[in-house]
Design a protein around this ligand. Structure first.
Ligand SMILES: [Zn+2]
Length: 254
């Protein structure tokens, strides 16, 4: 007796399995990372069709196999259509999907939260009109994904001496120490980046508010400031990632 199960999942990567079939790595709402065989998935005539493309959210029915599960039904929930015709949107979405596949695990206890964050992110990026809004979504996604994965950044206190950071102070961000360093704890040997106090408050607000919340920064933030922050967090995430990133190089060329 074969066992079936259903779940919602977003496609992250595909691998060729044979001439006709492919394996799809997905992030699911109930079980974290899962892999499923898409029979005939490499043929354009496959009954699964475009639903097995990257960055599509599906409601799935899978057949439990000894080693690999087989996708028997897929119903598209969202194809995030508008992120497919914009290079920035597509690259940042592929980058986010790599964060999910690097930090997500099988039978992930945080699967509901990660799935919902990733879904909201793709939906937002698909809908927004400006580069600044794309970057704001990326920043929120980066910060929240790190919090969920246990690598949250402390924006209230110095990571070395725990003293409260004062407004207007000259601050430094250290990837290796995992946060912000006050001027008294600055060690000459450590690689740090200067961080204006306003940037700290900006990132703190984005960390503490919901992904879909509107803050005053949604109007104030500029493309330049957002890009500085996204790059800072990209370095941070790369450092703590259990797996190597492939898309970071592509982002540097945008
Ligand atoms: Zn300190």
């Amino acid at each position: 007796m074969k066992q079936n199960f259903t779940t919602n999942a977003i496609n992250l990567k595909t691998y060729n399995l044979s001439e006709a079939d492919k394996i799809v790595l997905m992030y699911s709402q109930d079980r974290g990372l899962i892999r499923g065989v898409a029979k005939g998935g490499k043929k354009t005539t496959s009954k699964l069709g475009g639903r097995m493309d990257l960055l599509v959210a599906n409601k799935l029915m899978l057949n439990k196999g000894r080693n690999l599960d087989t996708i028997c039904q897929a119903e598209a929930l969202n194809t995030f259509i508008n992120l497919r015709n914009d290079m920035d949107k597509l690259l940042y979405s592929l980058y986010a999907s790599e964060i999910v596949s690097n930090f997500g695990v099988e039978e992930d206890p945080n699967s509901e939260e990660i799935y919902s964050l990733f879904y909201s992110f793709l939906n937002r990026v698909s809908e927004v009109k400006t580069k600044t809004d794309i970057l704001l979504a990326v920043l929120r996604f980066q910060l929240k994904m790190m919090s969920i994965s246990g690598y949250s950044i402390e924006f209230d206190r110095c990571v070395k001496c725990s003293s409260e950071l004062k407004e207007g102070e000259a601050l430094y961000f250290s990837v290796k120490s995992g946060g912000i360093i006050c001027p008294h704890c600055l060690n000459q040997g450590e690689t740090v980046q200067k961080m204006h106090d306003k940037l700290r408050l900006f990132l703190k607000t984005l960390t503490e508010t919901d992904f879909n919340a509107q803050t005053r920064y949604d109007e104030l933030a500029t493309e330049k400031v957002c890009l500085i922050c996204v790059n800072l967090l990209t370095d941070y995430i790369k450092f703590y990632s259990p797996k190597k990133f492939q898309t970071v190089k592509m982002l540097e060329s945008v």
